[in-house]
Write a protein that binds this ligand. Structure first.
Ligand SMILES: Nc1ncnc2c1ncn2[C@@H]1O[C@H](COP(=O)(O)OP(=O)(O)OP(=O)(O)O)[C@@H](O)[C@H]1O
Ligand SMILES: [Mg+2]
Length: 263
């Protein structure tokens, strides 16, 4: 790790979550991305501050997933700035990108667990394969801590197929959090769950954010999830950010398009 990385990490550690002067962990400015002749991101600008939960709302196909894929270097923007921890993602060397990805956790809609592995092995996988940990006592301790966090300690020796959708989502969250990410990217984390389970997952996301001081970008269509988790929200429309504010501010917006999300 270079000095600058250490300095950035120390700075982040010092910041108080929710502090107005919080460090900016993600900075996106005038981001543009087209596929062929299709302009998907036209001009996207937003920041994510240390310890903050930022919810991104937008109709299907407006480029929400494309924007977060630029953040982890899965896609490269055509124009504009896409910085994480002060570094432009598209300029990172392969090893730097790998390091960055270890600090970012994703929870995608599918939450893909390995079906042929027990819950324990699913959680051990990132520790042994990505972090190359070998101390089994330490690995077991981390697995138990994370399963306890998501209220599923008893599921440790179960197969994913024996779990409900909500439980699988919790295990997916535990598996992501076991890497102790600094940033979490949630892409529709509650889709496909019933309203009560969705609420439980949203509350769990909030608890984990506070416990581990994570900064999160949460893409969702679930307005209850947005209400529970968001510190701040942005709304995307046709490749631009059309509104920004707290849940309450946007819910009472004068703009019909914005208010429509809250109905
Ligand atoms: N790799 C790609 N190649 C070509 N087109 C793509 C690619 N990725 C995304 N797109 C297009 O970009 C547009 C935006 O896609 P994106 O998945 O970001 O939408 P979204 O806002 O996340 O929608 P949803 O809410 O349905 O998930 C879509 O028209 C999609 O077809
Ligand atoms: Mg999407």
């Amino acid at each position: 790790m270079t000095n600058t990385d250490t300095e950035i990490e120390e700075k982040l550690e010092e910041e108080v979550p929710g502090n107005e002067k919080g460090a900016i962990v993600v900075h996106i400015e005038h981001l543009k991305k087209s596929f062929g002749t299709k302009e998907v991101l036209k001009d996207i600008t937003f920041d994510l501050k240390q310890g903050e939960n930022l919810v991104v709302l937008g109709k299907s196909g407006t480029g929400k997933s494309v924007a977060i894929k630029c953040l982890i270097g899965m896609l490269t923007q055509d124009e504009g700035v896409c910085e994480v921890f002060g570094k432009e993602v598209k300029d990172l060397k392969e090893t730097e990108l790998k390091e960055l990805r270890q600090k970012i956790g994703f929870l995608f809609q599918s939450g893909a667990l390995y079906d042929s592995m027990t819950v324990r092995d699913n959680l051990a996988f990132p520790l042994t394969r990505v972090l190359h940990m070998t101390d089994t006592a330490e690995i077991d301790k981390l697995i138990e801590e994370m399963l306890d966090n998501v209220g599923l300690k008893d599921a440790i020796d179960k197969m994913p197929s024996d779990l409900s959708g909500g439980m699988r989502k919790r295990i997916g969250l535990a598996r992501t959090l076991i890497m102790k990410p600094k940033i979490m990217l949630y892409d529709e984390p509650t889709t496909g769950l019933d309203p009560i389970t969705s609420k439980e997952i949203s509350e769990l996301m909030l608890t984990m954010q506070k416990k581990y001081k994570i900064s999160s970008i949460i893409i969702t269509h679930d307005i209850a999830c947005a209400r529970i988790t968001s510190d701040r929200m942005v709304i995307m429309k046709e490749g631009v950010i059309t509104a920004e504010g707290t849940f309450d501010e946007l819910e009472s917006s004068k703009d019909e398009f914005v208010r429509a999300f809250f109905k």
